[in-house]
Design a protein around this ligand. Structure first.
Ligand SMILES: *Cc1c(COP(=O)(O)O)cnc(C)c1O
Length: 439
């Protein structure tokens, strides 16, 4: 038995399923999970003495590389100065200023401890502000594990709500309307007409069903309908915020996709209008637990104590997360070519994947934005989650195993994106190339 196997056996006795989050069990790839001993730069080191090139990167939370010296140094200082106060402190003001200013002058933010919390709170803000009830969302977009978001679009009918988890009463999701991503105009129009929509929440570039590009028409239509019906538009930028660029997609105002499938390679820019509200997380915590919700100040003023929408947290804005987040954003902004470098690395990986699978004659579709990429074993880039699920998951399993044999760890699921950091190097990408050759 390997050390990881032993640990997993023991874990199963004391933690349900042996893990603290389901995907970590590696059940999607029918393998034993790895146990991480330490991580540095682009590498993780397992309890079995293996060094792996990491493309999980804490599910996108790490963008500088593991244990970046500036982040570690700032965290050390904070530990000496105090771990948690449950009171106000200077750095949270600096951090809020830095993040808010990235979006211009009209935004404000509140910090919480996870993305799940951030989305729960922003929806409450939207309902409190609009005095409306219904939430529109899209299946395959992930917004954390609060009851109202554990739904799928079923057969694509807006009226049919299916909870995707036991323990969620139908009543709890009766105000959530779930549509397929990239839904056509008529379905969107009908749904806005039929329901009093408080807000429309989406990952404007979904990364939790693999990376799936939105159609220009879809993004523009949602914006138009939200304006027309006075519904609030919320971008969940927990993955994309400060990953695809400074301030995320909201600040860039566009998504810059490179994609490849059976019909060839294409570069595409999708214009993205400004949302009313956004959620952030992952990257902005520099690897520590964090979430943030915010947006236009007049809307955010409904949050208690200035308004009547309640939200609180013992650890909200905690000094460790704030300090690690500040260190991360400072490190990013001190390098003018940061996102350019990250994009070049992502493109390098894109071409290695594209050419490698071409040589092997294995049909594949690849989609990337800066710092994030995904591979589907399908002839065509999927348009939505229902489409993505038709890709060849057996081939994925085989690929995953070959990657591990070649010292590469990617997310152990065919529907998760791979993440890059600026610390990724030639060696990491060459290992991927070798793994494809050995398929
Ligand atoms: C990760 C993620 C969440 C949930 O964040 P947690 O910190 O895991 O609770 C929500 N939305 C999106 C888009 C995410 O990627």
């Amino acid at each position: 038995m390997t050390e990881s196997e032993k640990l997993f056996e023991d874990a199963k006795k004391y933690i349900p399923g042996g893990v603290n989050s389901p995907v970590r069990s590696f059940s999607n790839v029918e393998m034993n999970p790895v146990y991480v001993k330490k991580a540095r730069g682009s590498k993780i080191y397992t309890e079995d003495g293996k060094e792996l090139s990491d493309f999980v990167m804490s599910w996108g939370a790490i963008i500088l590389g593991h244990s970046h010296e500036k982040v570690v140094e700032e965290l050390r200082k904070q530990i000496e100065e105090g771990i948690s106060f449950g009171l106000n402190h200077r750095k949270e003001v600096e951090f809020a200023k830095m993040i808010s200013k990235s979006f211009g002058d009209g935004f404000s933010f509140r910090f919480v401890n996870s993305g799940t919390e951030a989305v729960m709170s922003i929806v409450r803000v939207a309902r409190g502000f609009s005095k409306k009830k219904f939430v529109m969302r899209f299946s395959g977009c992930f917004h954390g594990h609060s009851d109202q978001f554990l739904t799928s679009s079923g057969s694509g009918l807006a009226t049919l709500q299916i909870p995707t988890s036991d323990g969620v009463p139908e009543e709890f999701i009766s105000c959530t309307i779930t549509l397929p991503f990239n839904a056509p105009d008529d379905i969107l129009e009908d749904t806005f007409k039929k329901y009093d929509i408080a807000c429309c929440v989406l990952e404007v570039l979904p990364a939790n069903m693999g990376v799936i590009p939105p159609k220009q028409k879809f993004i523009s239509k949602i914006y138009e309908l939200c304006k027309k019906h006075k519904s609030l538009l919320i971008y969940d930028e927990i993955v994309t915020g400060f990953r695809v660029g400074w301030g995320g997609i909201t600040k860039k105002g566009e998504i810059h996709i490179r994609k490849f499938d059976g019909s060839g390679e294409k570069e595409e820019k999708i214009k993205v209008p400004e949302p009313d509200l956004i959620t952030l997380g992952k990257v902005i915590g520099g690897g520590t637990p964090i979430g943030a919700f915010g947006g236009k100040k007049d809307i955010m003023s409904v949050v208690a104590p200035s308004g009547k929408v309640y939200q609180s947290g013992t650890f909200a804005g905690n000094p460790l997360s704030i300090r690690a987040g500040l260190a991360t954003l400072c490190a990013i902004s001190s390098r003018e070519d940061f996102y350019k470098t990250l994009r070049q690395k992502t493109e390098q990986l894109f071409y290695v994947l594209k050419e490698g699978f071409f040589r092997k004659g294995i049909p594949v579709s690849i989609v990337m934005e800066t710092g994030v990429i995904s591979v589907f074993f399908s002839e065509k880039v999927p348009e939505n989650f229902e489409d993505a699920k038709k890709s060849d998951t057996e081939m994925f399993k085989k690929f995953f195993k070959k990657l591990l044999e070649n010292k590469v760890l990617i997310p152990p699921s065919p529907f998760e994106a791979w993440f890059l950091s600026v610390s990724h190097e030639e060696e990491d990408i060459e290992r991927v190339e070798k793994a494809i050759e050995s398929l």
